[in-house]
Structure formats: C-alpha cells, structure tokens
Design a protein around this ligand. Structure first.
Ligand code: ADP
Length: 328
C-alpha cells in the first residue's frame, strides 16, 4: 500500500492556504487510499524566534485542527513530531549526507534568512538545516508520496536527492518519495498582497484567512481583498494576480474551474461576495468539529499518544537500518 507522510508547522494559526493547499486533500483523499501519517512538526517551529508557551499552544491547536478537518485516527496516524525521537536521530545522519551548498540554495531559506537579517536578527543554524529535518520526517517512514502545497516542492526534491545519495553510498535504505501537489489552489496568495503566499508565519494581517476566523471576519477580509482597477472579471495569474487568487479560492471551495468561473461574474463585488460565502461554508463544519474537540481534550491527547506510538514503531526499523548502513 502507498505510504503518505505530510505535516504542518505550529508557527502560527493555520490558514485557508494550509487547508486548500494540503490538509483538505489529506482528509478527503489520502487517508482513504493510502497508509498515511500526518504530523504537527513542532521541531520546525523552533527555527525562528519563538515563544515556548505559544509553540506548545499552537501545536495542540494544530493537532486539534487536523482532526477537525476530518482526519480519522482509525484510518491514519496523527501525531506530534517531537513525541517521536526518530526524526531528530535520522536528521543528524542525513546532515552527514547533505552539503551546506545545497542547503543555502533553498528558496525558503534564502527568503526567511533575508527577512531575519533585515530585522537585524541573526539566523539560526536550524533554519539552514530545516530541509534536512524535513527529509528525515519523510524518509523515516518510507513515504512514497508527500502531499504538499507548491512552496514545499523544492524541499521534497531535496529529500529525493538525499535518499538517492544515501542509497548509492551506503546501500539501499530509503524509499525515494515524490511530492503530490493539488491541481487548484496549490499556492493560495495573500488577499492584501497577491505577490506573496498566504503564510501563517507572517505577521497576522487582513490578507490571511485563518481556519478559525469567525464568518464576519472572513467576509470582511475577502471583501477587502486587493484586486486592480479593471472592471472585467478575467482569469490571468500574471496580469491580474489578485483576481486570479479569488477565482482560484472560489474554484477550490466549490469544485469549479477558475477560468470557467471568470465568465460567470460581471463585477468584482459579486465575485468577492460569492467567494466570501464559499469560504464561510467551507470552514463552518471544520469550526464546528474544532469546538467539539476542544470540549474533549482527553480525546485529542489519547489520539496523539496512540499516534506517536504507532509512528515510533514504523520509523524505528528504518532509522536503525540507516545507522547501521552509515557505520554506527
Ligand atoms: P506555512 O508555515 O507556510 O503556513 P507549513 O509549512 O506549515 O506552512 O505548511 C503546511 C502545508 O500547507 C504544506 O504542505 C504547505 O505546502 C501548505 N501551504 C502553506 N501555505 C500555503 C498556501 N498559501 N497555499 C497552498 N498551500 C500552502
């Protein structure tokens, strides 16, 4: 059976981008067709300035949201990365296979490091080695597929390179995985700045729709989305990125096609209104389940405990094999 692994970072509140680009696919498709693991990758949240209590709180919230979007612990394994030591154990071994040059070429590293330096801060070494830990997350489970948004595709490519290199040098140990990216909404952009992605780690702003935003807040954010001064509704990612983003969000919410939808609308106002309602409807059941789960914290705790146990049992043989292969 195909093995699937993916995760979310608890660096902020989860967004519509996380949902449309990744989590929805996990809940609607992957957990049914594959042996799948979904993880709150909390070690990755330490790569930038962080508040320990906030990381802990956001990890719990992210885990609860994984269940709220419909992941069923009977069908898949839901757990928290730091509960399973194998990730960090394997990461070190992979650091002995990766090179600093390939790390420095990672787009996310370049962007985040530049932002950090602009703020006058220093860049943590873990920000540079982050993709290696991500490779360890994936390779420890022998995942065949990694369903991610477009922004993570480069990291999965690196994971493939490391797996192939390790296998060639030290004998076949790892499955070489591949990224699977959704056809629509693989990159949801900020509603205020369609040139940058809707990212939870960025400062909260009116351009980001969070999964737990109240309907009124969602409506306000969508209605105020930056578009352009044109009149006609056309789908053109290059020339009309704000409009294209709205059309893609609407298409992803309703199962439509952005190009076809552009022909349906006469004004930006009506497009925004329908998009806002579609997002509100999409989030409604998720928010309802989230409320119910918050009322039963013991349940979530139990799921995470079982999940970690299952994950550990799956990862240990592969990580042990990697240690033996590399000479330990
Ligand atoms: P971030 O911190 O950028 O929100 P994570 O690394 O936690 O993202 O991402 C979790 C998943 O959500 C990943 O598969 C990522 O590709 C996806 N994702 C994140 N932001 C977006 C977005 N704006 N559009 C589409 N997918 C996204």
């Amino acid at each position: 059976m195909t093995r699937v692994f993916s995760g979310v970072k608890p660096t902020g509140h989860l967004t519509l981008g996380n949902y449309l680009g990744a989590m929805r696919q996990w809940a609607a498709v992957d957990q049914y067709r594959a042996d799948s693991l979904f993880c709150v990758v909390d070690l990755h949240a330490l790569t930038v300035d962080h508040d320990p209590a906030r990381v802990r709180r956001l990890s719990r919230q992210a885990a609860t949201l994984l269940l709220a979007v419909g992941l069923d612990p009977e069908l898949c394994t839901v757990f928290v990365q730091s509960h399973v030591d194998e990730h960090a154990r394997l990461s070190y071994v992979l650091e002995c296979v990766a090179t600093d040059g390939e790390m420095r070429r990672m787009i996310q590293y370049k962007e985040k490091a530049a932002r950090e330096r602009e703020r006058g801060g220093s860049v943590r070494l873990s920000l540079l080695t982050y993709p290696v830990l991500m490779a360890a997350d994936i390779l420890a489970y022998g995942a065949d597929e990694v369903p991610v948004g477009d922004d993570q595709a480069q990291h999965v490519e690196l994971t493939r390179d490391l797996a192939v290199r390790f296998n060639q040098r030290y004998g076949h140990t790892f499955v070489v995985p591949r990224a699977t990216v959704p056809p629509v909404a693989a990159r949801v952009m900020s509603l205020q700045d369609p040139g940058s992605k809707m990212g939870k780690s960025d400062d909260a702003g009116p351009g980001i729709v969070y999964l737990l935003d109240e309907p009124e807040v969602v409506r306000k954010k969508v209605m105020r989305a930056v578009t352009d001064s044109g009149r006609e509704v056309v789908y053109d990612r290059e020339e009309r990125p704000g409009l294209a983003n709205l059309l893609e969000i609407l298409a992803a919410c309703t199962g439509g096609n952005p190009e076809a939808l552009s022909g349906v609308y006469e004004s930006y106002g009506s497009l925004k209104k329908d998009t806002a309602e579609a997002v509100v409807e999409l989030l409604r059941p998720v928010q309802e389940r989230h409320r119910a789960l918050c009322a039963d914290p013991g349940y979530v705790e139990g799921v995470l405990r079982d999940g970690a146990e299952r994950a550990r049992a799956m990862a240990r043989p592969t990580v042990d094999a990697a240690y033996r292969a590399i000479g330990l």
